[in-house]
Design a protein around this ligand. Structure first.
Ligand code: SF4
Length: 206
């Protein structure tokens, strides 16, 4: 059975990445090259923490079944870019279905992957938490070294499918301004996004 490369797994999270108590499963690998990468181990070949099959992951996660059911919580897939591991997430979801588990599935993603990845998961993810960086393609490119066409296409796809979406819009020191953040927020609102979180990247200076 295929294994997933993880950079971490964190249990008993409350109110950080989805409703109720959650377990965060953080996958290795990311298509972006953010200048202030928050999880550099996701990019480095030496950054793999452990490898798990979906069944092994399921057996760890199910220890918190009681917490999930009591709080309406579940599993959050992050990374790195979890959409790149959509096959493993599908497999994990099937194991949950087979065992009658109705845990919430959240995903923290940049959405910067070909549309097929979002299409495969749209029916089973309860909450999409999107790190949008900046809606301006030039700012996006300067910060991530990639263009944001997939991001916009996938966002529109999720909106069309009435997915629950939270979009995080960061102020990125040296790359965008308050005014750029405001423009991103307005563009997102025009697309129909209502749940928008602004925050500021904290940059270590030493
Ligand atoms: S999306 Fe996240 S993991 Fe990927 S390069 Fe950016 S900060 Fe790092």
């Amino acid at each position: 059975m295929k294994t997933s490369d993880l950079i971490g797994l964190s249990r008993h999270r409350i109110g950080i990445d989805g409703a109720g108590v959650t377990t965060l499963i953080a996958f290795h690998e990311c298509p972006l090259d953010c200048k202030y990468c928050l999880n550099p181990q996701a990019l480095s070949s030496k950054g793999v923490w452990k490898k798990f099959t979906p069944k092994e992951l399921y057996n760890i996660v199910k220890k918190d079944d009681l917490y999930f059911r009591a709080t309406g919580g579940g599993v959050t897939f992050g990374g790195g870019e979890p959409l790149l591991s959509c096959k493993e997430i599908l497999h994990f979801h099937k194991l949950c279905q087979d065992e009658g588990k109705r845990w919430k599935f959240n995903i923290e993603t940049s959405l910067n992957v070909p549309g097929i990845f979002a299409e495969v998961l749209v029916g089973l993810v309860n909450h999409w938490i999107v790190d949008i960086k900046d809606m301006n393609p030039e700012i996006y490119k300067s910060y991530t070294d990639k263009d944001n066409k997939f991001v916009i296409d996938n966002l529109k796809f999720l909106i069309e499918h009435k997915a629950k979406i939270t979009v995080r819009v960061p102020l990125i020191p040296n790359f965008n301004t308050e005014s750029d953040v405001e423009k991103s927020v307005q563009t997102l609102q025009c697309l129909g996004i209502t749940d928008i979180e602004r925050f500021t990247y904290i940059i270590k200076t030493h």
